[in-house]
Design a protein around this ligand. Sequence first.
Ligand code: ZN
Length: 118
Amino acid sequence: MDQQDARQQLEQMLREIESASAILEAEGAGESSEISHVDQHPGDTASELTDADNQAALLDNSADQKAQVVAALARLDDGTYGVCVDCGQPIPDARLEVRPEAARCIADQEKAEAAGVV
Ligand SMILES: [Zn+2]
């Protein structure tokens, strides 16, 4: 995979993650504002809690993804991009095209997920 293309894709992903999490944070802040506490729908409390939980989960997700993208950009900088961090073998282009932030080959990614590392 062309490293210039990879960098462009990763920088684009980073911008998208940052704007998505800014929107989520703004919505989360709105949840705790006085206006949204006006109780116009008694019985909706449970679904509001679920929304807050979902937003927290989405924020966690985007923070994780952002960390992966930032790490991939750092590997581009130090010349180790596209090499599996576990086995040191090149990560197939087909995988990098789908997941430019991938740090591991598919086999090692599955092992890491099974071990709870990621
Ligand atoms: Zn590997």
